[in-house]
Design a protein around this ligand. Structure first.
Ligand SMILES: Cc1cc2nc3c(=O)[nH]c(=O)nc-3n(C[C@H](O)[C@H](O)[C@H](O)COP(=O)(O)OP(=O)(O)OC[C@H]3O[C@@H](n4cnc5c(N)ncnc54)[C@H](O)[C@@H]3O)c2cc1C
Length: 404
């Protein structure tokens, strides 16, 4: 097990610098354009793939880092550049984590590289859990997967909604119910490859923020996939279902395992947005004069900046601790992953709102980036578990009471 340290090592420092440069020179200058266009920024994904940033090797090395900090630093820097473009580039990672945490070694070897494609032809992946009637309550999924033993085929039917990269991804990881009487314990993940008949994109959503990231419905209509598409394999599923039917304890269910592992990284993205807004507001407050002095000389402005700095630092500490725990497979016994996502997400909303206040009217207009950071930040209290759900998870973990 790697020791927890706040010290960023030489390798991490050079990766941080490299990603920061990409964020500063490639992402930031393009952020406003892609926000307005509300389209997937393919040229930037291609650029990230060309330099090896969007690649299986880079992410695999990041996950292999025992301190857990490398990918937290990468996510922070990328979201500092722009959260929407970051999600367009790295939105596939949730599906990658879904495959890595639920798949067999063979499935991981087959599918994870396809989530990335090649530097010349990058590909995307999507992780599809949410449905119109099953958002926070993932136990009530209606998408069904039915097995036909004679043809060793699964047939999936249902509609997924709010799916990042939904319909434009080459690889979709879909969580479906195989036995609805078992609720969340009767669910399994399936990997659906490119061009599979019966999978199509439904409505594409127009959003408040992170508009460079594609969000859409995924419709599964008589979508047939081979037995090998079931992540973890049929034998493991049958054992798991048998245990659930006998009322025995199970390991964490498929969707939850994925979200738990990714929460610190989502927190790191929120942290990147907060830092961007804080840095901008700090510079602005030193330059902007009213009543014959820089506005930062007013305590009401300086104290806001002080509070912003404290919240950002506290977020980073929570994110880095959770990232280190996840990398070392230390159970989140006090829901430390949720703590990091909750705190960093709410910090991003608060800090970006205060940054607008510090800029006054300039904070409210689209010539300045602060309004975009404010719009982008809000999603961090909603997706990958809302703030209320994070509080529920934390409250249950610390109390051992089944709080509703
Ligand atoms: C831009 C975007 C991208 C997304 N990407 C993906 C993706 O790639 N894959 C995917 O599967 N999903 C994705 N989602 C879905 C996202 O995870 C859900 O929107 C989120 O989980 C909330 O579900 P919901 O929208 O149905 O809200 P609901 O669950 O209906 O919640 C509505 C409100 O009720 C509160 N609430 C619900 N239950 C409780 C409770 N028990 N206690 C207290 N409060 C409660 C919630 O906190 C919230 O405030 C994305 C969503 C968005 C907007």
């Amino acid at each position: 097990m790697g020791d927890f340290s706040l010290q960023i090592n030489e390798d991490q420092l050079s990766i941080q610098k490299w990603v920061h440069e990409f964020a500063e020179k490639v992402i930031r200058p393009a952020a406003s354009e892609w926000d307005e266009r509300e389209e997937t920024p393919w040229p930037i994904i291609q650029e990230a793939a060309k330099i090896g940033l969007y690649s299986f090797d880079f992410i695999a090395n990041g996950y292999a880092d025992q301190t857990g900090l490398t990918l937290a630093l990468v996510n922070e820097e990328m979201a500092w550049g722009d959260a929407g473009i970051n999600l367009a580039v790295f939105g596939s990672i949730l599906a990658v984590v879904g495959i890595m945490s639920n798949g067999t070694n063979e499935q991981i070897g087959e599918w994870v590289p396809q989530c990335f494609g090649t530097p010349d032809k990058p590909q995307l992946a999507a992780f599809a859990v949410s449905e119109p009637d099953a958002g926070s309550d993932v136990s009530s999924l209606r998408t069904k997967a039915v097995y036909d033993a004679a043809s060793d085929t699964w047939t999936l039917d249902g509609t997924k909604t709010w799916i990042t990269n939904g319909g434009i991804a080459d690889v979709h990881v879909v969580v479906a119910s195989v036995d609805s009487s078992l609720g969340a314990r009767g669910q399994a993940s399936f990997v659906i490859g490119p061009g599979t008949a019966g999978l199509s994109q439904g409505q594409k959503f127009k959003k408040l923020g992170i508009r460079a990231s594609h969000t859409a419905e995924v419709v599964l209509d008589n979508c047939k996939v081979p037995g090998s598409a079931l992540l973890g394999g049929k034998e493991a599923l049958d054992e798991r279902l048998a245990r659930a039917r006998e009322g025995k304890k199970s390991q964490t269910q498929a969707a939850m395992a994925t979200f738990e592992a990714s929460r610190p990284m989502v927190g790191a993205q929120a942290l990147g947005i907060a830092r961007a807004a804080y840095e901008f507001a700090l510079d602005y407050a030193k330059q902007r004069s009213q009543f014959g002095r820089p506005i930062i000389e007013n305590q009401s402005i300086a104290f806001k900046l002080a509070d912003m700095a404290v919240k950002i630092d506290a977020s980073r500490l929570l994110v880095h601790r959770a990232a280190w725990m996840a990398a070392n497979k230390i159970p989140f016994d006090a829901a430390q992953g949720s703590m990091s996502k909750l705190y960093a997400g709410e910090t991003a909303v608060k800090v970006t709102e205060e940054a607008i206040q510090i800029l006054g009217g300039y904070g409210y207009v689209r010539e300045y980036p602060v309004q975009r950071w404010y719009r982008d930040a809000k999603i961090y209290t909603i997706f990958e578990g809302t703030s209320e759900i994070q509080r529920l998870i934390i409250a249950r973990a610390i109390s051992k009471v089944h709080i509703r």
